[in-house]
Design a protein around this ligand. Structure first.
Ligand SMILES: [Zn+2]
Length: 309
């Protein structure tokens, strides 16, 4: 049973949105690329886990704290008599291990994923002790990019390579298990101790003025789009989208990037750039949002925030 389903990290959604409209500094750009890859790997693994039919509790994407140290768990499987902790890596290409260190084939050293795993397992065991739960924990790093290769790896390492995933899934399937209230209480405790980090603290600085305006194509993410009749057409890939959908999507991006800015007809018109008719914008805002204030001071809020003030 999935207790906490896989969800795309909010930071990824933000960086993806920002990347389309703003030149990300190198570090953030790399972080964005890594998050996109990580997302693909975890998504794939969570889909695979949907086929598990034996009785276990699955939690995806936990951020926990123990001894003042934050640590992240990709996937946790609580079985009757044991817990599997799986760290998913979507690395692509050839890597090798030398004296316990991990390198790409071009000899660039990378963070040793097994060390990361061990640290995570150790912190998680301590957390379990605090909870008074004494289930044994086994940790694995699972590599699920089909084109990942690792040379000179010790067979004893707690890793699952792409061609071992089927066997690993069979292993999980074969674990006899019948979870009870105690296991559920443990899962609920983990869920309530999970920290939701604000993604905004990890973003580079950007201002409204610096960010490119326009409607982003939903397929190729180009900002070169035009309004033709009641459709927004991408000048790059030719994708067509109903103007209502395109504007609504753009408003959501605006809200994500600028959560503190007021949504007004003028702002959204400037934001979407290619929509010349204020009436179109006003109609869509009126349909999907709640208006506050009057005349020149009118602005819109999410309809579910109606009773806020
Ligand atoms: Zn396009």
């Amino acid at each position: 049973m999935v207790i906490k389903p896989y969800q795309e990290p909010p930071l990824l959604e933000l960086l993806r949105c920002l990347n389309q409209r703003f030149e990300l500094p190198n570090d953030e750009r790399q972080q964005y690329i890594n998050l996109e890859k990580g997302q693909q790997g975890e998504q794939k693994f969570s889909e695979l886990l949907e086929n598990l039919t034996n009785d276990c509790l699955i939690l995806h994407g936990l951020l926990l704290k123990c001894n003042n140290t934050l640590f992240q768990i990709d996937t946790l499987h609580i079985f009757e008599n044991m817990i599997y902790l799986v760290d998913v890596k979507y690395y692509e290409g050839d890597y090798y291990v030398n004296s316990g260190n991990w390198y790409t084939l071009s000899k660039k050293e990378i963070h040793n994923p097994v060390l990361q795993l061990n640290r995570c397992v150790s912190l998680f065991r301590r957390l379990l002790q605090k909870y008074g739960a004494n289930l044994p924990v086994e940790g694995y790093v699972l590599f699920n990019h089909p084109e990942f290769t690792l040379y000179h790896a010790d067979p004893e390492l707690p890793i699952i390579l792409p061609n071992q995933i089927n066997r690993f899934m069979k292993q999980l399937h074969g674990i006899p298990s019948k979870t009870n209230d105690q296991h559920m209480r443990l899962a609920q405790k983990l869920l309530s101790d999970h920290k939701d980090e604000s993604p905004y603290t990890h973003l580079p600085e950007y201002s409204y003025e610096q960010v490119k305006k326009g409607i982003v194509c939903a397929s190729c993410h180009s900002l070169s789009t035009s309004l033709i009749g009641s459709r927004v057409i991408c000048n790059g890939c030719g994708r067509e989208e109903k103007v209502d959908n395109a504007i609504l999507r753009s408003i959501k991006e605006f809200m994500l990037l600028f959560p503190d800015r007021k949504i007004t007809t003028n702002t959204i018109q400037e934001w979407c750039r290619v929509i010349k008719s204020r009436n179109t914008i006003r109609r869509i805002l009126g349909k999907h949002f709640t208006i506050k204030g009057h005349g020149n001071y009118a602005y819109y809020v999410n309809s579910d925030q109606r009773d806020d003030e």
